[in-house]
Design a protein around this ligand. Structure first.
Ligand code: SF4
Length: 350
């Protein structure tokens, strides 16, 4: 298939009816994944702290340092207990994400990762988004490269794409002015890829961006993927406005519609021709749109999410267990398959 350029995708997004867009995205998905497998991973989000200095305006999860009622850092024992529960249901991956705690340095993260890697060698540690890695490097006064190399050495396997939001500084300055720049997000992922650490790319839409900002985001991750091949998947979700400062500042912002989600999902499948996998975001969209997204380009249902705190704090309280995922996938005529972090198939449910 010929590569779609920015003008073409813009035209497609504004002119092609949703149903046709879906058909085209599904065709591309089928070419990439002819075995009709829809994958998922059994994992657990562990938000090791909710203390954070970054003040993203779309966040209802963070608490200030010194908040004695609601601020927390999980102890290693509490983290172990969560991993034990995950193992009991056949989980293979933990997704570690903060809060960007203003005081924790590289040694704390190394100890944590090493502790888990040693105690639970069967669990893959997928953790620390670009903003955390950037800050760990800065507060520890070491380079990005050293930060990532030390975390890898301790047992970190891959990093999530969180914190990308929209990779356009015009939008970042409005919704998360203290967060790292688009260039720096790219630099963190590029450095990780160069060190052999794979990652995912994400996008949060539905705040103040327009289609040009979204296309800029897609262009930047497609270019990096051309260069490094280090992204395993693209995952997109919509802004969840409840209880967020951004909603107070811009009351006109409404939760994105399911149509908009499916339109962007299908368009991303068409544009991101070098991404092997696109995940559905059933956590923000609900299980039925999650299922529909498999007809709009997604080939993976993401995680069963034993625990999710960040979007839940902003009002999205969807949940799904493995049995339900299997049922939804079979329902549209595909074969459910449990995968690991690297998208290797562990078990098929035919
Ligand atoms: S989204 Fe993450 S980085 Fe931003 S304020 Fe919330 S916890 Fe902090």
């Amino acid at each position: 298939m010929q590569r779609i350029n920015d003008n073409e995708i813009k035209q497609i997004m504004s002119q092609v009816p949703l149903k046709e867009l879906g058909k085209e995205a599904f065709k591309i998905k089928r070419e990439l994944h002819p075995q009709k497998l829809t994958t998922f991973v059994v994992d657990r989000n562990i938000n090791y702290t909710n203390i954070c200095w970054v003040d993203c305006k779309f966040c209802a999860f963070k608490r200030e340092l010194g908040d004695e009622n609601e601020g927390y850092i999980l102890s290693f024992e509490e983290i172990d207990k969560k991993i034990d529960e995950l193992i009991a249901i056949g989980g293979t991956q933990i997704l570690f994400q903060g809060g960007v705690h203003p005081k924790l340095k590289i040694e704390w993260y190394e100890d944590l990762v090493r502790h888990i890697a040693k105690k639970y060698p069967q669990i893959t540690i997928h953790g620390f988004s670009a903003i955390e890695i950037d800050y760990i490097a800065r507060i520890s006064k070491i380079s990005l490269q050293e930060t990532l190399a030390r975390l890898k050495e301790a047992g970190l396997s891959s990093i999530p794409g969180a914190g990308a939001e929209i990779l356009s500084d015009r939008i970042r300055d409005l919704i998360a002015p203290k967060k790292l720049s688009a260039d720096r997000w790219i630099e963190v992922h590029k450095t990780a890829h160069q060190l052999g650490i794979k990652s995912t790319a994400t996008m949060m839409f539905g705040t103040l961006e327009d289609d040009n900002d979204i296309i800029e985001h897609w262009r930047r991750i497609r270019e990096l993927q051309d260069e490094t091949g280090g992204f395993r998947a693209f995952i997109m979700w919509s802004f969840q406005p409840d209880y967020t400062p951004l909603k107070k500042e811009f009351p006109h912002i409404q939760k994105a519609s399911s149509n908009r989600y499916l339109q962007l999902l299908a368009s991303s499948r068409i544009y991101l021709d070098n991404f092997p996998n696109i995940q559905s975001s059933w956590v923000t969209q609900g299980s039925h749109i999650g299922q529909l997204s498999l007809l709009f380009g997604a080939n993976d249902l993401g995680s069963t999410m034993l625990e999710e705190n960040v979007v839940a704090a902003a009002g999205a309280k969807n949940s799904m267990n493995q049995a339900e995922m299997i049922r939804l996938i079979k329902d549209i005529g595909e074969i459910p398959a449990k995968r690991d972090t690297a998208y290797r198939i562990l078990e098929k449910f035919e």
